[in-house]
Write a protein that binds this ligand. Structure first.
Ligand SMILES: [Zn+2]
Length: 345
């Protein structure tokens, strides 16, 4: 199943209207396709993409951290180096040997075809897929493809709409950063976790994944849109932002009502946030876990004030209002924990 949509329609779907109040935007929209395939068919999808890019050329971009993209690009590089190594060796041979090999290839052509067929089957089996992924996106020449596994999503009781929205947010991040060299972006998305977590935790893949800036931002987006659906207005300062966080999960609410947090965020008052109905409970759970993983209260306050709030500023930029995003960023003092956690190299 293939469905074509566009980014502004997706944001309107997320917020119930676009632009969400109080943003003013004149964003350009872009199209994307949503493709629903079973999980087992992912390797065929990567194989098809590898072949397409091999013969039609790789789309023009220079940043990657999506699973499908890395996989397809690695496959492509592998095939290209094998072919070019063979071609170099062939060119170094003398004419007689070249003719001999040429003749040999003509004679064994039918066998070569059979070999290619078997090689493709073998290669298909070698393609690594992330068995945990419920969805991912892949940039194409003039569009983007979001691949979803509806059956797997339904089995684990997740919201398909929330997963499409999550992947769409990754596309917005991708577009925001695509002019930057990929190595530099890597530093800006992978968190410097020893700054935040205890030694026994900071090498765990699950923590590395959750604190990846793109992943945290995509989860924060889900919280922001759920809050907006209820309140019809986006948070405009740190106090309303932390109230939003507190309203998304009971444990976050309890955490933020500790005296140290109350003092910093709400002038010592108690936040009486009503816990909102979340479209994707797992997302609020993830943000709650992130906050609980942080090693002490001092860092927790800094993380909310300087990291999550900066990420919120980034989200507003992805939504299309650069001025409002600047307004948020100007409320945050720098250099701060965000810049040490995701260093700009
Ligand atoms: Zn993600």
């Amino acid at each position: 199943m293939k469905k074509i949509s566009d980014s502004l329609a997706q944001l309107a779907k997320d917020f119930g209207n676009y632009p969400p109040n109080p943003l003013c935007t004149n964003s350009h929209t872009f199209k994307f396709k949503t493709i629903d395939i079973p999980r087992w068919a992912t390797r065929f999808y990567y194989f098809k993409m590898t072949m397409k890019w091999l013969f039609k050329g790789v789309p023009d971009y220079d940043f990657s951290d999506t699973e499908g993209l890395v996989q397809t690009k690695n496959n492509l590089t592998h095939i290209k180096t094998t072919v070019s190594d063979f071609w170099k060796k062939f060119q170094d041979l003398n004419v007689i040997k070249q003719c001999g090999i040429g003749l040999f290839f003509i004679l064994v052509f039918p066998f070569l075809l059979i070999f290619c067929l078997f090689f493709s089957i073998f290669y298909l089996g070698k393609i690594r897929t992330n068995s945990q992924a419920l969805a991912f996106f892949l940039p194409q020449e003039n569009t983007y493809e979001i691949v979803i596994h509806t059956k797997a999503i339904n089995t684990c009781g997740r919201s398909i709409e929330a997963l499409i929205s999550h992947e769409h947010l990754h596309i917005l991040q991708f577009r925001d950063e695509r002019r930057v060299h990929c190595e530099a972006v890597k530093h800006r998305v992978t968190a410097n976790l020893p700054l935040l977590l205890l030694e026994e935790h900071y090498n765990k893949p699950h923590y590395i994944y959750l604190f990846n800036r793109h992943e945290t931002e995509a989860r924060l987006h889900e919280l922001v849109r759920s809050f907006y659906i209820e309140k019809n207005s986006l948070p405009e300062d740190l106090a309303s932002f932390t109230s939003m966080l507190a309203s998304c999960h009971k444990d976050i609410n309890d955490l933020l009502n500790q005296p140290i947090c109350q003092k910093v965020f709400w002038d010592g008052e108690e936040s009486c946030s009503k816990i909102l109905e979340m479209r994707c409970k797992a997302t609020a759970e993830d943000i709650s876990n992130i906050l609980f993983f942080i090693k002490d209260d001092y860092l927790l306050v800094k993380y909310i004030k300087e990291v999550l709030f900066t990420m919120y500023g980034n989200l507003v930029r992805y939504y299309g209002d650069k001025d409002y995003s600047m307004k948020i960023m100007n409320l945050i003092e720098g250099p701060n924990l965000y810049s040490s956690l995701y260093p700009y190299k």
